[in-house]
Design a protein around this ligand. Sequence first.
Ligand code: ATP
Ligand code: MG
Length: 240
Amino acid sequence: MVAYSNNGLFIAGTDTEVGKTFVSAILLRILRRQGINATYFKPVATGCPAGRGLLPEDLAFVQDLAGVELSEPHHCPIRYEKPLAPMAAAELEGRPVSVEEIIRAFDALRKGSPFLIVEGVGGVMVPLGKDYLLIDLMEQFGLPCLVVARPSLGTINHTLLSIRALQNKSITVLGFVTNGKKDPTDEAAATSPSLISRFSGIPFLGHIPIFRPEAEPIDAFIESKAPFLYDFIGAFAACP
Ligand SMILES: Nc1ncnc2c1ncn2[C@@H]1O[C@H](COP(=O)(O)OP(=O)(O)OP(=O)(O)O)[C@@H](O)[C@H]1O
Ligand SMILES: [Mg+2]
């Protein structure tokens, strides 16, 4: 029995800059190429350009890579200019994060789209308000998640901590991936995924290497370097 809602997926990270946007965009591209009119949601973005009409960086990236039309405030209701953690930006800019606004935008997108990919903000314990962390918002969303981790030394601790925190909240973790630069001689990168799986019970889907647009088109990259993402999202989105 599926104990979670399967028309959406939360992309959680062990940290900022681990590749949540990149993975979200790839999964969205796969779904849309399969004819599923999936869309994307980023509850809070910081470091947003001030000019009107300029999309937050993550939205612009997903829009370009996945070929999906995104707009604020629908796909990113809370935005701050300062490139800081949400609470820090909120306090400096004098505008607290409105969870009500986030939930309103999230509900509207869920009603209007067959599949929603939600990207996290930094790591799962990032504060959004008084006694309220990103992981609390994840719990409210009620979506299962995929964890994106970096491959290098230190990832065992970060990934196990993130997974344990999610499991303590009874948030379903479907799997984890590593993403980004990986030295083929790096023994830490070679051994970490199986240790993380062994100690968490969560499956490792695979490693996503660096994409170089000048070397190959994105679809060829996904097919040859990260085919496990097709299998993962295909099987998941097809669940009744
Ligand atoms: N596999 C990859 N190949 C090429 N570039 C990548 C890859 N993964 C991530 N990047 C690039 O690395 C940078 C950081 O990745 P990304 O923006 O996806 O991280 P993030 O976890 O979403 O960060 P944030 O917490 O700021 O949202 C971006 O410029 C992104 O395009
Ligand atoms: Mg991002």
